[in-house]
Design a protein around this ligand. Structure first.
Ligand SMILES: Cc1cc2nc3c(=O)[nH]c(=O)nc-3n(C[C@H](O)[C@H](O)[C@H](O)COP(=O)(O)O)c2cc1C
Length: 178
């Protein structure tokens, strides 16, 4: 049996503390989709950020999670606990991802959006949208972990945008059969 002590290929091992660059590089070996999370700030303006830390949590009740850097400008707005939405981006939405990843910029300029049935700001044209109510939040080091309860789903046909090894990818057409 192969164990971690006798790997068949050489593996570089690094114990903590390791530098952030290396940590991010190894995390990048786990591909994710790309989402934009949105809510309103205290002045009633829409805020949002590109997020790849999205994941499913529970089926009953339907829960999902994502984490936001505590120093991110819009983190406070999410912590305030208003309605929020999570938009899954399609493969052609790299530009939208970059727009919502830029700190300080007016992310919403000339963008079509409206309020959803559950009150969160909704972006037009994304692959899927989870309209949510906040459920719980937890400290997670320099991030806050937000758990949200999904109240409504919207989706359309299409392929997702993928983020891996620090860059955007598309899924290959060929399926892997088992
Ligand atoms: C593909 C991608 C995924 C990201 N995922 C996260 C994430 O999961 N959590 C996070 O805090 N920041 C993430 N970021 C960085 C934020 O999008 C960025 O810091 C944020 O939009 C800055 O917004 P602000 O103006 O509110 O400070 C990601 C950026 C990219 C390009």
């Amino acid at each position: 049996m192969q164990t971690l002590d006798s790997p068949s290929v050489p593996v570089a091992a690094h114990r903590a503390p390791f530098d952030g660059r290396l940590f991010r590089r190894v995390l990048g070996l786990f591909p994710t989709g790309v989402t934009i999370v949105t809510t309103w700030d205290a002045d009633g303006q829409p805020v949002g950020a590109t997020v790849s830390s999205f994941n499913s949590v529970s089926l009953d009740p339907p829960l999902v999670l994502f984490s936001l850097a505590r120093n991110m400008a819009c983190c406070e707005a999410f912590a305030a606990g208003g309605p929020l939405a999570i938009h899954v981006l399609g493969e052609a939405q790299e530009d939208l991802s970059n727009r919502f990843a830029r700190g300080g910029a007016d992310k919403w300029a000339d963008l079509a959006y409206g309020a959803g049935e559950h009150g969160a700001p909704l972006l037009d044209g994304t692959l899927a949208t989870f309209e949510c109510r906040p459920y719980a939040q937890y400290p997670g080091g320099d991030h806050t972990i937000f758990v949200a309860e999904v109240k409504q789903l919207r989706f359309r046909d299409g392929s997702p945008l993928v983020f891996s090894a620090g860059g955007y990818r598309r899924l290959a057409e060929q399926e892997v059969c088992t």
